[in-house]
Structure formats: C-alpha cells, structure tokens
Design a protein around this ligand. Structure first.
Ligand code: NDP
Length: 244
C-alpha cells in the first residue's frame, strides 16, 4: 500500500448506502478503482453512475460464503489485484435481551461478524500479495456495550477481537489492519430497528445532536489508507462532538 490511491483496487462492502457509499465515492475521488458490494443492485448501479472513477458493482450477500468468494474473485479478475478491503456491511437491530426476536440476533451475527470474517478470509491471499490493508468498520459499540445493544455490541467486540488477532498474524507480512469505530452517524442503520420504542429512542438521539455524516467516516478511511508504508493506523475512534 502506498500513500497515493491512484490506480489502487479497493473492495467496499455495504456500499449501497451510508458509510459504505460515502467511502466508495471518497476512494474513487482519490483515484482508486473501486468494487462496490451489497444486496441492492439497483443502488449500486446508481452509485457507479455518480462515481468520479471506475467502479465495479457486485451483487453481494456477506452472509453467503459463496457470494463472498465470488465477489472477491470477480474483483481480482476485473482489476487484476486487490489492495484494500473495506469491511463495512452491517445491520443494527437493537432491542432488550428479554423478549428479543432471536432471528434478529442471527442476522446481526451472520452479517456483522461472520460475514466480515468471510470477507477478510477470502480477501487475505490477495492482500498478502499486494501488501494491502483491511479496514474493519466496527463501532463505539465495539469498545463499550450498553443496554439494548447486547448482541450488536457483541458482534462489534467480536470484530475488534478478530481484527487484533489478524493484525498480529499479518503485520510483519506487510498487511495493515485498521479498525474504525464510529459513534452516531446519520445513515439508514437505525431505520431497520423493529422495536418501536428503541426506534423512537434512536430518532430522538439523532435529533439531540449534530451527528456525524457518512463523509466524516469516509475521510477517516482515506486518511488511514494513505499513510506511508511504515505507518499502521490500527484504530480510529470517531464520535460526534455532541455525543457523550
Ligand atoms: P446503512 O444501513 O446505511 O448501510 C449498511 C450497508 O450494509 C448497506 O449498504 C447494506 O446494503 C449493507 N448490508 C447489510 N446486510 C448485508 C449483507 N447481508 N450483505 C451485503 N451487504 C449488506 O448503515 P451504515 O452506513 O451506518 O453502516 C455501515 C457500517 O457502519 C455497519 O457495519 C455499522 O454497524 C457501522 N456503524 C454505523 C454507525 C452509525 O451510527 N450509522 C456507528 C458505528 C458503526 P444492502 O441492504 O443493499 O445489502
């Protein structure tokens, strides 16, 4: 990985909205060739039309191991290499433990944790070849758990644990592992919460502060992946100033 993104190949998961979309656009603007993955293919087609540089849309479900390996293989076939994986796809279905719909727990674990691990596993041989980087989009919930976020936080603590172990395995081989831990960002994420009381609490939290914008996180990703080769930005915790 070098300090310029010109011609670098990046695969961004969860690029159909929010942080992933903004990050794909920022990387494209900085000169990268970007493969963008998510389930909503129509959104990806629209994104590629907005992109300043070459973008490859990939229908991707990170919970499906075959879909993950296909996405990585298609990226490498199309662009010839893979320099950076931005492991961003995620869902947050917050609710108290008591009475929770456990199918929502499975969706969070399958997407945020297992899906992210499948992506890293499939991309790693290519990242070792390019001496690239993995950007793991975790959360403040990966550092501090709070009521109604038990399972979401468990997935993000898991992402942080996986990332630190992976870092130790690959850093001397030239692959850098970056963990990004955003606080409240204005995206679609909380809109999928099915518990009406928690959904309302998330809305009122958003209204109570100047939230981060997806572009703020995109800028942190671009910063992390444009450092000189001897600099490994391992962790960025980034919260709205108004979030206590
Ligand atoms: P969005 O809901 O806007 O974006 C989530 C993205 O993940 C979408 O592009 C969605 O695409 C994709 N996704 C969900 N499930 C899958 C799947 N099975 N396979 C592939 N893609 C999937 O939310 P954010 O942009 O906020 O979230 C991005 C990441 O940032 C998540 O990991 C989230 O946990 C993290 N984060 C967000 C914070 C916030 O306050 N917003 C704070 C801290 C962390 P599609 O539905 O088309 O598949």
């Amino acid at each position: 990985m070098s300090t310029t993104l010109e011609g670098r190949v990046v695969l961004v998961t969860g690029a159909s909205s929010g942080i992933g979309r903004a990050t794909a656009l920022a990387l494209s603007k900085a000169g990268a060739r970007v493969a963008v993955g998510a389930r909503r293919a129509d959104r990806l087609e629209a994104l590629t039309e907005d992109a300043p540089g070459e973008m490859l849309p990939l229908e991707l479900d990170v919970t499906d191991h075959r879909s993950v390996t296909d996405a990585v293989a298609t990226t490498v076939e199309h662009f010839g290499t893979l320099d950076i994986l931005v492991n961003n796809a995620g869902v947050m279905l917050s609710s108290p433990v008591l009475g929770a719909d456990t199918t929502e727990w499975a969706r969070m674990v399958d997407t945020n944790l297992l899906g992210s691990m499948y992506m890293a596993h499939a991309a790693l041989p290519h990242l070792l070849a390019s001496k690239g980087a993995v950007v793991q989009v975790s959360s403040t919930a990966g550092r501090t758990a709070s009521a109604t976020s038990a399972v979401y936080a468990a997935t993000k603590f898991g992402v942080n644990a996986f990332s630190e172990a992976l870092r130790q395995e690959v850093t001397e081989l030239g692959v850098r592992v970056v963990v990004i831990e955003p606080g409240f960002v204005a995206t679609e994420l909380a809109g999928h919460i099915t518990d009406p009381a928690i959904q309302a609490a998330a809305r009122s939290m958003a209204e109570s502060m100047r939230t981060l914008q997806p572009e703020d996180i995109a800028a942190a990703v671009v910063y992390a992946v444009t450092q000189p080769e001897h600099v490994a930005v391992n962790e960025i915790l980034i919260r709205p100033t108004d979030q206590s």
